[in-house]
Design a protein around this ligand. Structure first.
Ligand SMILES: [Mn+2]
Length: 372
């Protein structure tokens, strides 16, 4: 069996006003070409197919075209929802996509969790949101991570009862993995972490959610995040992107395949007096840019800014003006530095935009005290 493992497509992702769908299309073309050349049997898509719960039409067309092109070359797809995907939206398309041999698992379910691909049993765990992991009474003291671990043990038993070749396809945060800050911050905190030891019982674990390519070295079996398919935001600037090619016969071989980036993201720091010299270089490069502009003289900033914006046009995605001594420190996203209120504030910012309203924060603190 020949398999391709990809994850975190984020169709519909934007950077400022820029659509990143051309970047995704470029990556998916490479996946289709590789699937054709390698005569792959199936592509495993480990969640976050879409960036938003209600994808726009262009993003839907891009994803459906990808599925159809796989169908044309005789390659199946097994797809799970990620935390960015809407369970209900994924369910709504799953009937039709089956006609293209695309099998969507929209939400965690004990009844519908295994796809048999030839002699390989693929256990599917779409993002286990807390809403769907309602613990039974006797489980009420168990943490989220423990509940998910129990579910994974169940999946391993189910898969093993069907085949001696098993794969877990899952969208979750494994403790100790290195993330990039483009994941939703609240979803990569310790509260949501699943221990690597929970992944036992499979021959390969295809993970999605964390956007940096990595093997989970502390897991008892080969377990990989293949990461996002293009640099989603400036915190992923300079990172190379990959997918995995898995040949699963008597033994299992994993090959890491590099994905060429259509346009690289680049963050540069420039001093005010270097602007004209740097501009020539920046204009010619094939990048989307974030510029940190260090100012000594604020009074000329306006005209300088106009000049930079005019010169760089669409390439300039973000510019930050920094006056020496006034620089606000970058927010620290490491979960060990954040208390629950800070995590909630970040969660609110990311999901609703803007700051957490004071009355909501007050209610949150009250509930937190009660819970503690
Ligand atoms: Mn993601």
């Amino acid at each position: 069996m020949r398999l391709i493992h990809i994850a975190d497509l984020h169709a519909g992702k934007t950077l400022g006003r820029l659509s990143r769908n051309p970047d995704l299309a470029h990556a998916l073309e490479q996946v289709v070409a590789f699937a054709k050349d390698s005569r792959a049997d199936a592509v495993l898509v480990a969640g976050d197919v879409f960036d938003k719960a209600n994808p726009d039409n262009e993003s839907k067309e891009l994803i459906f075209d990808f599925f159809l092109r796989l169908k044309d070359i005789g390659c199946e797809a097994i797809v799970i929802s990620g935390n960015h995907d809407s369970y209900d939206f994924m369910k709504s398309i799953s009937g039709l996509t089956r006609l293209a041999n695309v099998h969507i698992f929209d939400r965690p379910s004990k009844d519908n969790c295994i796809y048999s691909l030839g002699d390989v049993a693929i256990a599917c765990l779409p993002y286990p949101s807390e809403r769907v992991l309602t613990p039974a009474d006797e489980d009420s003291k168990r943490s989220y991570g423990e509940l998910v671990a129990r579910f994974i043990t169940y999946l391993a038993q189910r898969a093993r009862s069907l085949s001696d070749k098993t794969i877990l396809l899952a969208h979750l945060f494994v403790a100790g993995s290195r993330y990039t800050n483009t994941e939703k911050v609240a979803s990569v905190t310790l509260h949501y972490a699943v221990q690597p030891s929970s992944l036992e019982g499979f021959d390969y674990v295809a993970l999605g959610h964390v956007h940096r390519y990595q093997r989970i070295e502390t897991a008892p079996v080969p377990a990989y995040y293949t990461g996002s398919m293009f640099q989603l935001d400036f915190s992923e600037a300079g990172e190379e992107k990959f997918f995995n090619f898995i040949v699963f016969d008597e033994d299992l071989k994993v090959e890491k395949i590099k994905v060429d980036q259509k346009i690289e993201l680049k963050e540069v720091s420039i001093k005010q007096d270097e602007v004209s010299y740097q501009m020539g270089k920046l204009k010619t490069g094939h990048n989307y840019l974030k510029i940190n502009l260090y100012l000594e003289n604020k009074t000329t900033a306006g005209s300088l800014l106009e000049m930079i914006k005019k010169d760089l046009g669409e390439k300039l995605v973000r510019i930050e003006l920094i006056t020496e001594g006034e620089r606000t420190p970058e927010p620290e996203f490491q979960e060990e530095h954040l208390n629950p209120i800070e995590i909630y504030r970040l969660y609110y910012q990311q999901n609703h935009g803007g700051d957490l309203p004071p009355d909501l924060e007050k209610t949150f603190v009250e509930i937190l005290k009660e819970a503690e």
